[in-house]
Design a protein around this ligand. Structure first.
Ligand code: 5RP
Length: 227
């Protein structure tokens, strides 16, 4: 699993606290990444102890983890998530940059469909303003024209390269990812709308106005902030 900044203890505290948001009978959106993985493992333990819940994975990774943890699976054709629990690469004022694991397209429509979207992070993800590069999933044929439009919008796009494979990262949907550096993003909603309007963009990693709660884990506890 991809490692990211922040201590494992803080991520675990956040994930385990967020798992407490799940009630008996709930359908849960299962996020992607090392922090969401702690929530999935905690839910698996709860299922072992008798919790009745089903999970809707947001990626190959979260599906595999859920299966290992013993969480029954569902999909959006049969159920709507009561809660989604997902990580983030950066959080500012409840808005997020996601997509460090290139799963942001599925994450966005699962997280957005949930009645309650709970974000789990360690303190290294908190910022006063979003300035993390924005991952943009693109149809492979469109990567050059989308990169040009990203530059028109003030961004500096880089095609994400794979590790332990020559060539680019290919998403679970068979697409490519442009990591677009915009510097500080003064108006995330405006940039989100501009990126969504570019033909060839499948989805971008700005999650604006979607989060309901942010759970920040620390070494010795968790803070929960309503958005
Ligand atoms: C995957 C994501 C992840 O949730 C995000 O990258 C955070 O991951 P981690 O908890 O490992 O730092 O958006 O696409």
């Amino acid at each position: 699993m991809k490692a990211s900044g922040g201590s494992e203890a803080a991520k675990r505290t956040a994930g385990e606290r967020a798992a407490e948001f799940v009630d008996d009978g709930d359908v849960v959106g299962l996020g992607t990444g090392s922090t969401a993985a702690h929530a999935i493992r905690a839910l698996g333990r709860d299922v072992d102890s008798g919790l009745d819940c089903r999970g809707i994975p947001t990626s190959f990774q979260s599906r595999e983890l859920a299966r290992e943890a013993g969480i029954p699976l569902a999909d959006l054709d049969e159920a709507t998530p009561d809660v989604a629990i997902d990580g983030a690469d950066q959080v500012a004022d409840g808005d997020l940059v996601k997509g460090g694991g290139a799963a942001h397209a599925r994450e966005k429509y699962v997280d957005a469909a949930a009645d309650r979207f709970v974000v789990v992070v360690d303190p290294s993800k908190e910022a006063d303003a979003l300035d993390h590069p924005v991952p943009v999933e693109v149809l492979p044929d469109a990567r050059t024209v989308v990169a040009d439009r990203a530059r028109d919008l003030g961004g500096d796009p880089t095609l994400r390269s794979a590790e332990r494979k020559d060539g680019p990262v290919v998403t679970d949907n068979g697409n490519l990812v442009l990591d677009c550096e915009f510097g500080t993003i003064p108006d995330p909603a405006a940039l989100a709308a501009d990126l969504s309007a570019v033909p060839g963009v499948v989805e971008h990693g700005l999650f604006v106005g979607l989060a309901d709660d942010v759970v920040v884990g620390t070494g010795d506890g968790a803070r929960v902030r309503e958005c």
